[in-house]
Design a protein around this ligand. Sequence first.
Ligand code: NAD
Length: 231
Amino acid sequence: MDNIVILTGAGISAESGLGTFRDAGGLWDEYDLDDVATPEGFARDPALVHGFYNARRANCLSAAPNAAHAALARLEAAWPGRVTIVTQNIDDLHERAGSHRVVHMHGEVRKALCTGCGHRWDAPAEMSVATPCPACTAARARPDVVWFGEMPYRMEEIGALLETATLFAAIGTSGTVYPAAGFVAEARRQGARTVELNAEPSEVAGLFGTLRRGPATREVPRWVDELLARQ
Ligand code: NAD
């Protein structure tokens, strides 16, 4: 029975109304990533960065999981082997669709992190430079998201998952942000079958055994139906 690892990116949440990162006209076009998604940007202007993530958090709260998130939750519930989602997304749509095994390698916009003591807690809707840490009271909170130049979370656990995966899928990710873009090569080295589900070929499309093109809300439920029918 396959051990399945599924890497997801912004494309799986696009049809829930959350802007992707690199698609033309994407929400992130309006912002300079150096300003809002780097530790240096936060050091320069924490209020701007809090404002940016407050808006992302509000978008996330008003969005609903779509048919692709729901299909992955259905797969986890029905599959006799292990199904783990490793997501680059900072939204919580996988969890709200009912998935339980979700690894947020780039953190979560609904969480706050104290840069003083390392405590994590559920972020208030609006964070600011004055938000106090509930553990140490210091006003040194940041959104608990991984910025460019920082180490993604839970890499050791992800490495172990990729070592034992027999089927690796990437959904809605452009293959431009490492280390996630390197997971397909790692999974292949371990002998896993690989499939990419994306609206258009990613930067690493050539490394996948199977390519499925189309919107996630169409392709992911189809793929899940096929997997469940074949088991
Ligand atoms: P990306 O924006 O670079 O790429 C998105 C990919 O999804 C593209 O290849 C695009 O062709 C594809 N796509 C777009 N709409 C699709 C659809 N409806 N169905 C299927 N595929 C579709 O996203 P990425 O690779 O995840 O980029 C990485 C970074 O962006 C991550 O670090 C992540 O933290 C951040 N990000 C997260 C969110 C979120 O949490 N929802 C949103 C934007 C960006």
